[in-house]
Design a protein around this ligand. Structure first.
Ligand code: HEC
Ligand code: HEC
Length: 322
């Protein structure tokens, strides 16, 4: 943890401690019961004082920042943070599979509720036990599709990401930091030139992008710009520029190309440019070759690599394109 983070954590701890002390006083006035005692960790924690002193202490005792963070988490009843690598993987899964409906930060989107306040998610607590049956079976009648093909590991990663989101919402300081356009547009411009400029430009296709979407929608849009992923589900029709195409090569060498309709372990189907539907079963057609072209592959590939700072910086830069 960096010193600036430590100061933030200390600030949160002190603020909460004083609020609790205040609440305790109020209780005492209102009822004959003794006021609630702050947990031991918090009561023995740092007393209000100049922040540089706290920083010095952290430098002198390298273990101090960790126990401080733990104390704050216990104090706010947030629990242990999930494994950051699992959160990262879970975030990539969530944004591409669920973000379209639930919002890329799980706080609710066009057609799905906020999962940050969901009782199912809060009970799950990062274990995947509660969310797995809901997500695996879906609630199709209510607009929540089934995800029968996600693996146990993917459910665990998704659960870790959702736990992180609920913790962020519980910790008001972090919550605030994550939800404001705080990035540096200059740094965002550099990132953009390196990772996005081969397909987009600020004066071309994205010229007025910030006028079309609010910051939250714009963030989802650049993280994974899919308009409609679930045939039959409500939502705008897919943009032809994001349509996957496929070329199927038979063992004879004959090829068929078109837009990809469906691909799983057993079948592939496509629609050719003159509207003809074709499909093949892999058991019947041995040795056929399937080449899929996904225009959004670059976006999917970028997803797991973003740091929080990258995301904020890119968003801040996109916000300049009014
Ligand atoms: C097409 C839109 C859509 C997609 C995609 C989607 N959901 Fe949902 N989800 C919903 C809707 C709508 C509900 C509310 C259903 C209801 O009212 O019971 C829901 C409910 C849920 C719930 C239960 C919340 C509660 O408190 O009852 C969980 C958990 C959930 N979704 C997780 C996910 C995850 C994880 C993914 C991605 C793997 C996902 N959803 C993808 C629309 C969607
Ligand atoms: C290899 C090409 C490629 C790269 C690299 C790429 N994108 Fe995209 N992007 C696309 C395609 C294809 C679409 C979908 C069609 C469209 O909406 O333009 C898209 C869509 C978008 C959209 C939505 C545009 C709209 O009108 O709704 C945004 C915003 C966006 N990309 C931002 C970015 C940013 C930021 C990066 C870099 C971090 C990036 N893209 C990297 C190909 C790319």
């Amino acid at each position: 943890m960096k010193n600036s983070d430590l100061v933030r954590v200390l600030g949160a701890l002190l603020l909460s401690a004083s609020l609790l002390a205040f609440a305790g006083q109020q209780d005492q006035n209102a009822t004959p019961n003794p006021p609630p005692q702050p947990p031991a960790g918090a009561a023995n924690g740092p007393q209000p004082g100049p922040q540089p002193k706290a920083q010095q202490q952290a430098e002198q005792a390298p273990g101090a920042d960790k126990s401080m963070q733990e104390a704050m988490r216990n104090f706010l009843a947030i629990g242990a943070p999930p494994d950051p690598e699992a959160v990262k993987r879970g975030q990539a899964l969530f944004v591409s599979n669920c973000g379209f409906c639930h919002g890329s930060n799980a706080k609710g989107g066009a057609t799905g509720p906020s999962l940050v306040r969901s009782v199912v998610v809060l009970h799950d607590g990062g274990t995947a036990k509660e969310i797995t049956p809901v997500v695996r079976n879906g609630r199709q009648a209510k607009g929540m599709p089934a995800f029968p093909n996600l693996t146990v590991a993917q459910f665990k990663d998704t659960a870790a990401f959702l736990l992180k989101r609920t913790q962020a919402a519980a910790n008001r300081m972090e919550y605030k930091i994550l939800n404001i356009v705080t990035g540096d547009p200059k740094a965002g411009e550099t990132y953009f030139a390196e990772h996005c400029g081969s397909c987009h430009s600020a004066s071309g296709d994205l010229a007025h992008i910030a006028g079309k979407f609010d910051p939250v929608a714009l963030q989802s849009r650049f993280l994974y710009p899919k308009t409609s992923r679930y045939p039959g589900m409500p939502g705008p029709p897919p943009d032809p520029r994001e349509q996957k195409t496929v070329t199927v090569t038979m063992s004879s060498g004959e090829t068929y190309s078109g837009t990809l309709d469906h691909l799983d372990d057993f079948n592939v189907s496509l629609t050719t440019s003159n509207g003809e539907h074709r499909s093949w079963n892999f058991d019947d057609e041995k040795n056929i070759k399937v080449d899929v072209h996904d225009p959004l592959k670059a976006h999917a590939d970028l997803l797991p690599g973003y740091t929080d700072a990258d995301m904020h910086n890119v968003l801040a830069y996109l916000e300049t394109m009014k």
